[in-house]
Write a protein that binds this ligand. Structure first.
Ligand code: ZN
Length: 208
């Protein structure tokens, strides 16, 4: 499955969650976007040792990195106070510039470091954890840990901290459902997948 399909599937799950929570139109739009991003997150592992088919192009990753940079700027403007605000804006701008310059390799590692720094400067646990997630994802092989139950659990923690931080109902379920939808779409039982996912890492490395 390619990036666009994964994003569309994640967005659809966000829409379902929004309806379940009777969200307002603006919150629905936010959850649809959040679901779309969550549906792409597991494939942030393609910067590592590339094996098998790549589902997410370099362009998509760059766009995601820039989107995170833009979100960080907005977030800093609304949430940060004085010094933190400018630091957050600076890091966000830096991420946009750096991700547009760097080609292929190491871009994700740098993005992870940037997000981690942003998390520290804004004192946001979810952002620090997301930075760590991206850092790890940039080193593991494709369709391994980010496509496992361990990955779901890690992302679930990030999502729950995000929901607490921004106080919008449905954020946790949207992120989780969007992420899980990606793993289901990558299962080997589906005819368009040549490879499966190692769901039970590190206990078992059997591809499902
Ligand atoms: Zn995948």
């Amino acid at each position: 499955m390619n990036g666009t399909a994964h994003a569309a599937l994640g967005a659809a799950t966000g829409f379902i969650v929004a309806n379940t929570f009777n969200a307002s139109p603006s919150t629905t739009l936010f959850l649809v976007g959040l679901g779309g991003v969550s549906g792409l997150i597991p494939d942030l592992d393609i910067d590592g040792k590339l094996r098998g088919k790549i589902t997410l192009s370099h362009k998509v990753i760059r766009t995601v990195a820039q989107l995170i940079g833009i979100l960080m700027i907005f977030y800093s403007i609304y949430e940060g106070i004085s010094t933190e605000k400018w630091l957050g804006i600076g890091i966000g701008l830096g991420m946009i510039v750096v991700s547009s310059m760097i080609k292929q390799r190491h871009m994700l590692t740098i993005t992870g470091v940037g997000v981690l720094m942003g998390g520290f400067s804004l004192q946001e646990i979810w952002l620090m954890l997301l930075g760590i997630y991206i850092l790890i994802a940039s080193f593991v092989s494709h369709r391994s840990y980010t496509h496992s139950i361990l990955g779901v659990a890690f992302f679930g923690i990030i999502a729950s901290r995000l929901e607490v931080s921004i106080g919008i109902d449905g954020v946790f379920y949207t992120c989780l459902a969007g992420y899980i939808s990606h793993l289901i779409a990558d299962l080997k039982i589906l005819p368009f997948n040549k490879r499966g996912i190692k769901l039970f890492l590190p206990v078992s490395s059997k591809e499902l």
